[in-house]
Design a protein. Sequence first.
Length: 611
Amino acid sequence: MKKSALLFILMVITTTFSFAQEKLMTNAYNRASTSLNGYWNYIVDPYENGFYNYRLEPFENQKNPGQGAFFTNSKIKNKLDLIEYDFDKMDSLMVPGDWNTQKEKLFYYEGTVWLKKSFNYEKDKNTNRVFVYFEASNYETDVYLNGKKLGKHIGGFTPFNFEVTHLLKPEDNFLIVKVDNKRKKDAVPTVNTDWWNYGGITRGVKLIETSETFIEDYFIQLDPKNDKRIIGELTLNGESKSQREVQISIPALKLKKKLYTNANGKVSIEINSNKINYWSVENPFLYDVIIKTEEDKITDQIGFRTIKTEGSSILLNGKSIFLKGISIHEESPINGGRGHSKEDAQQLLNWAKDLGCNYVRLAHYPHNEHMVRLADKMGILVWEENPVYWTISWDNEQTFLNAKNQLSEVIDRDKNRASVIIWSMANETPTSNARNIFLTKLANFTKEKDPTRLISAALEQSDYRGNPLIRTIHDSFAEVVDILSFNQYIGWYDGGIEKCITISWNIEHDKPVMISEFGAGAKYGLHGEKDTRWNEEYQAYLYEETLKMIDQIEQLKGVSPWILVDFRSPRRVLPEIQDGWNRKGLMSEKGEKKKAFFVLKNYYDNKRISN
Ligand code: GCU
């Protein structure tokens, strides 16, 4: 066994930890499943009366929680019964979907909402197992089936699953979910963000039936050190997971390999081939990879590519590339509110393609899986970010474990996606010892869990040795990242546009540099002088001057301006201009292109992607 492959496997084994309830199953996207999407009855519960008794003791901790506990879904059966709720007589919300844009009265609501789904379910085979899989739910989610607690998940943007085999009935099952999107100081993200805190079961829910022993997890990628070798790790879950035969086949490469699991149901994968059609922006070729055991079979579409840095170059399959990007928030360009559907993702990525992009920054949290699956197909490179945003509680161990868990979950979900090349640890975080330790621990964890991708974070720039006309990156975390990214707002938060031409850069790191954000607000359709804020001419002029300014940066290898589309933010309240929207989009929330859209498009159309 080659040393690098062995190292890769050892690293992957050591990085699972015990914050999340149950191990996330890989590739739920392609597994046979039964959707629980649709209308769910809901109860708004700001006082959490359905969770706590009047002494604020959680009902779920009590041996007999009593009918007052909403997760019991109790019903009045006789005239003396005292039950003060009834899900089935309540209004309903669409799942997936945030409650804010579905119900006028919940637009600003932050707190607890209970949702209930009743369903029947017959297993295909008696020995089979069943899991309930949530693609995401914001923010703190407690899940109960038939009155029993399945578990809890914290984090609004990553998937989680619970086994329900032992609780499932053929009929009249009731799945009850308590979702609480209250913002908290020690949470991730913390209390202040520049995006709308959409609450609810924001992505799909499904039941996944598996054989008793099933293919739970796998990581299959090209060896970063040898692009003629496919390596990876696979884990079976179940009574008979050890010494089991696993067959991996890649028909298009005429490859078929038989492997046997060890006592822990794990097996390492190493397949050599010098016929690989490498995935790239121009050639987003995806292989069908089929994994089979005697009981289970799963297929995935995996692209094989290498991504690394060399000095200040970013090398995709060994070739230097310039990342022509745009930042995107996960808002539906079709219905408004938190985006979740394939159509939402397709629209946003089509607009990015219209702009001439080969890369997108998904800000500031993991977006839905459709985004990365489509990016795989469309040949768009992706930056994924953990919602460590602005100033969080760096000294709080629970905050750290929470941040680590959210990162672990998005890596587990997307580690087989060729399009995903960068894991971002954070955005605009203030330098301090505690922060440096926090982020460095996250970066080391990520490098161990996934040694095939690049690490970055959106840092902040500062004066070079006190000279405000020379800018640099003065941040010890810059030593840790593979790609040195920073946000800069010269011409918007930092002076006027005329300042751009006066600025020079002195970045000493021999690393690729990425401008992860720049931009200006503009109300679509508002026109005027280019030195007057909020009109389209100002935004376009800022783009022209900024692109000239950053082109001076020798190590510049990419940019992802802020932002593709105007998005909701409770921090943006200027009447007739913002009205609750951050207006830095190159397009309005209705999909109308502003002048600056064409400035950037022109820059990208004339930018060589390899240099
Ligand atoms: C910040 C931040 C964004 C924010 C943007 C803005 O840099 O990262 O989340 O929306 O600036 O102020 O518009």
